[in-house]
Design a protein around this ligand. Sequence first.
Ligand code: SF4
Length: 245
Amino acid sequence: MLSRRQQQCLKGIGIRQWLGRSVSGSNSEVTQLPEAVPQEQIEVIEQALPEKPVIISAPVKLDSWDNITQSIHQCQACELARSCTQKVPGVGNQQAGLMIIGEGPGHEEDLKGEPFVGRSGQLLDKMLMAIGISRSQVFITNIVKCRPPGNRDPHIDEVKACESFIQAQIKHIAPRVILAVGRISAHHLLNCTTPVGKLIDQIHHLPGSDIPLKVTYHPAYLLRNPSAKSIVWRDLKNLHKMLNR
Ligand code: SF4
């Protein structure tokens, strides 16, 4: 039997595999090694081919802001590193009282290298301005720093691979309040699966810390469901009070 790797080797060097004829008469690939290419030769070919990219774990030395940011840019700890245009570590004030955490970069964020740009970002900016906060006063980032292909939800192994970065960013900034934006962020930060609608209107705490954590709908959800804006507005006013205590 030819392994997939062996089949790729043969294809890569232009050796076509034998074609057999199925019962129905159509051609199909056979899995027997052609006699003209002995096993030893396949092994030599395999050794000569470039190795598959090595996936390394996220670096553990995240003891300064520069280290964290540099490590994010160098990270290859999950598959998202291969499909994104660039890393999106986050933007804003390292001494921010409010840290806003979304789920992952979208198409425009991936191209610009900045979280929450485009229509969702503009709406987030307006939401913040409504309680007298500018983007430059907060720190905005995401649970995963690379864009999931097609804007799909990040997989659990990708979230886990990226976890050390968000934890390091939270530790460094030490915000007075965290705003988890959207389901993925809320569920990961609170380690729960409760629907966002039930998490809103409460004050949570980041597990293992005394940092208050509020949950709100993602601006992209609000763009699709404008009726939810009144709920968010009520919540933002509570957030404003928390920040001004
Ligand atoms: Fe690394 Fe996070 Fe990007 Fe995965 S999503 S490659 S863990 S920075």
